[in-house]
Design a protein around this ligand. Structure first.
Ligand code: ATP
Length: 204
C-alpha cells in the first residue's frame, strides 16, 4: 500500500499549485473534484442513479446533472441533500479507489477541498496535509482569479471549515499565506515532498 496523503485547504489557499508541484516531483495526484464532476457529466456513472432517485427533471437535455436545479433543491431541502450525498459519496469513493489503484507514483496525493468538513477521509489517508492561508489572502486570490463578488467569496468561505479547524487536524502544513512568494511555496512544497519520501523509506 503506497503512502497516501490527503491534500486540503480553503478556497484559494493554493491546493492546485501545491498539487502541481508535487506531481512534477513524481507524486500521483488524484483530483477528487474532477472525479465528482465526471460522475455527474453526460454518461457519468451517477446519471442513471440520479434519474431514479430524483426524477428526470434533474437531468438536463445534454445528459448531465442539472447543477443549478440540484443546487436549488438541496439548498431548500436537507433530506434531499442527504439523499444526494448518500448516492454520490460511495460512487466518489469507488472511483477514487479505482483511479488510485491504476496509478504509479512515489506516493499518492488525494486533493480533497472539503476533507476536514466531510470526515470520511481521515481513515483513507496516512497523512492530512493542509495548505494554510489567511482569509484576507484567500479572498484576494479568488477575486483576482474568478472576479467573484467579495460577499460571494465570503459566503463560500463561511460554509467551509475555518483555518484553525483545518490546522487542528493537519499532520503536515504548507504555509502559503499573503507573504509567501511562488518561489517560497515551491521550496516549502519540496521540503514536504522530501519529508514524505523519508517517511516512505522508514516504512520500508
Ligand atoms: P480552489 O479551491 O479555489 O480551487 P486552490 O486552493 O486550488 O483554489 P490555487 O488555484 O492553487 O488554489 O490558487 C489560487 C490562486 O492564487 C491561483 O490563481 C494561484 O495562481 C494564486 N496563488 C496561489 N499561491 C500563490 C502565491 N504564493 N503567490 C501568488 N499567487 C498565488
Amino acid at each position: 500500500q503506497p503512502l497516501r496523503v490527503g491534500l486540503t485547504g480553503g478556497i484559494g489557499s493554493g491546493k492546485t499549485a501545491v498539487a502541481d508541484l508535487l506531481a512534477a516531483r513524481g507524486a500521483a495526484v488524484i483530483d477528487t473534484d474532477a472525479i465528482a464532476h465526471a460522475l455527474t457529466a453526460p454518461g457519468g456513472l451517477a446519471i442513471e442513479p440520479l434519474r431514479r432517485e430524483f426524477g428526470p427533471d434533474m437531468i438536463g437535455p445534454d445528459g448531465a446533472m442539472d447543477r443549478s436545479r440540484m443546487r436549488a433543491l438541496v439548498f431548500s431541502d436537507v433530506q434531499a441533500k442527504a439523499r444526494l450525498e448518500a448516492l454520490i459519496h460511495p460512487l466518489i469513493g469507488q472511483e477514487v479507489e479505482r483511479e488510485a489503484a491504476g496509478r504509479q507514483g512515489l506516493y499518492q496525493v488525494f486533493v480533497v477541498p472539503l476533507l476536514v468538513e466531510s470526515g470520511r477521509w481521515r481513515d483513507r489517508v496516512d497523512r492530512i496535509c493542509v495548505v494554510d492561508c489567511d482569509e484576507a489572502t484567500q479572498l484576494r486570490r479568488v477575486q483576482r482569479r474568478s472576479g467573484l463578488a467579495p460577499d460571494m467569496v465570503a459566503r463560500i468561505m463561511a460554509a467551509q471549515a475555518t483555518r484553525a479547524q483545518r490546522l487542528a487536524v493537519a499532520d503536515d502544513v504548507i504555509v502559503n499565506d499573503g507573504e509567501t512568494t511562488p518561489e517560497q511555496l515551491a521550496q516549502r512544497t519540496l521540503a514536504q515532498h522530501r519529508a514524505w519520501l523519508d517517511l516512505l523509506a522508514l516504512r520500508g
